[in-house]
Design a protein. Sequence first.
Length: 323
Amino acid sequence: MTGNARSVLGVDIGGTKIAVGIVDRAGKILAQGRTPMVANGTPEAAFDAVVRAIDSMLSTRGTEIGGIGICAPGPLDPKSGVVLNPPNLPCWRNFPLAEKVRAKYSVPVRVDNDANAAALAETLWGAAQGFRYVFYATIGTGIGTGIVFDSAIYHGKTGSAGEGGHVSIDYHGPVCGCGKRGCIEILAAGPAIGARARAKVAAEPLRGKTILKLAGGNVSAITSQHVREAFESDDPLAREVLEETVQLLTIWLGNIVDLLDPDVIVIGGGVAAMLRNFFDKIKCGMPDWCVNPRASEIPLLMAHYGADAGIAGGAALCSREPA
């Protein structure tokens, strides 16, 4: 393997799987695969799982790579590549992931969280190409965000900047998993959409009959996916749930615009795909929730990389300069 190779390896580590792919210098994913992650064992067993994932891709392709970029759950230190204490990876505490991978493969290695990395991939190769000040959000089971200024991730002093999903918009709101009240994640991510739908269907079963049918007649089984399916069949209650979610996201993004004044906002993730038809409504509503009088001029774009954001993001981390 050589630092001059045209391709880089993107690795996306999750609690149950490792996705890995070969990505060229233009951001095209040439090959990819998935292997299981060992999250609850020893640090060494988890590292061995990462090595197996990387080796499986390299042996299949026989490709020389110029670097390995890794998306790992935080908290982590992006400068040193040390994984600190991620809840989803109890196997690793203060684990020097970048150092160990670098020693194994003798190429530059970078480690960052998935939202930061995906933001960089969108800036270099995706929807945010040509923009200088990029705010990226991925909305799914949670809400992760990344900030990219002049093609560089903004990490802040300690490497913990960009936790936009834990910006509170209601200090009387429900307690988020982070311990704060009213974070946008606890109010507008996928589980919140499901919870809002369950409450509405329980209160008005007749209005919620379409969603309830999709959930097999069990109110407690309703998820955001059922809301999406009902919305796609023009169900009024599903639309109501999503419009309430859109209003919360509009308030949040108004705050983001006042803080960062980005020249583009890119949104990815499973919930984002569900809300794509509401992007214009969010743009038009943002001036009501921020001081910036030109907020509605900021493009609000769907991310280019969907389910492959982790692979592309990992590759983006080491696509330009060595670690």
